[in-house]
Design a protein around this ligand. Sequence first.
Ligand code: NAD
Ligand code: UFG
Length: 338
Amino acid sequence: MAKILVTGGAGYIGSHTCVELLNAGHEVIVFDNLSNSSEEALRRVQKLTNKSLVFVQGDIRNQSELDLVFQDHKIDAVIHFAGLKAVGESQQIPLTYFDHNITGSIQLIKAMEKASVFTLVFSSSATVYGEHSSSPYKEDFPLSMPNNNYGYTKLVIEQMLEKAAQADVRWSIALLRYFNPVGAHKSGEIGEDPQGTPNNLMPYVTQVAVGRREKLSIFGHDYPTKDGTCERDFIHVVDLAKAHVFAVINRLKQTGCRAWNIGTGMPISVLQIKETFEKVNGVEIPTIFVERRAGDLAAFYADATRAEQELGWKPQYSLEDMLADSWNWQKQNPNGYN
Ligand code: NAD
Ligand code: UFG
């Protein structure tokens, strides 16, 4: 069993990953500045698992705060979630995104080197493939410049980590390229709690369902897809969380830098999300079709076979589970953690 530092562990994916790590018997230290999360999520993680974790409030851009964590705890591996993730906001305040995501990651890598901790799992995104290939995306496809500053930070960090691993063979790094995480823990105790107007489809749908928003706007219905709306690869957040546990185990045994797609490999359309949500949960989602959203690709889904072959990880949850669990969380927590 390992002692794992989880940066951004109070957030959506981080909190679900803490549950899976604790359930698998690992020790967890969360490092988070709570800029987009609540300590309540961590209280619930401990309640759900009946295990305790250590929480340190701090910022990954602060080298001395990080150094202290590595001095106080004998860390075996790091899972790095901390960062900013809103695509639209990244276009308004690029330097803030570069600072949190890129500078923050450099500070973390430096603190790890100082403490001789060389095992890292990084939250990357399928956005690093850019727009020049087509689905299903494989890990060895060429990467290209994403069309937004958030995606750019993920590409830069991936490349930095590759180069660090080339220069020093002690590094063992997993780049997990997530497709579209949705869903929540079965208990409904933890889930996605975006601040302000949601950028992503799923929280928008659940907020319409719970009455916080009037209707869903579907961006574009003239795409070259089966029903004219965009297709994405939705992955249950608990499956995604489990992929991190598999990745840590793999990286503690091997060195080098390796990328894995984390998705189901199944294209699901936006309209299919709305209709299946209504069917599974018995709730109507008033919807209008509007113009396409700038920057959206028609279809974006993974070839997820490498993760199965090399990590032994395979998604377990169906689309129906994803939609039922998202709704269960939102229904029980109409205002998120507030
Ligand atoms: P989230 O915002 O819920 O979690 C991120 C956490 O990091 C939050 O708890 C926030 O408080 C913390 N944080 C932000 N800046 C920090 C800093 N400077 N120092 C310390 N803590 C800081 O987001 P999430 O959806 O859980 O995403 C986790 C990671 O996965 C992010 O790196 C994100 O870019 C990546 N990712 C997310 C998605 C998605 O759709 N949710 C898709 C691909 C990749
Ligand atoms: N959509 C709507 N209405 C909404 C919100 C979204 O129709 O209110 C549609 C979008 O147009 C898109 C699909 O739902 O076709 C999914 O959109 P999301 O914003 O939920 O997700 P994206 O696929 O655009 O974004 C995801 C991740 C980002 C990542 C990006 C890379 O959330 O982190 O993929 O393409 F950068």
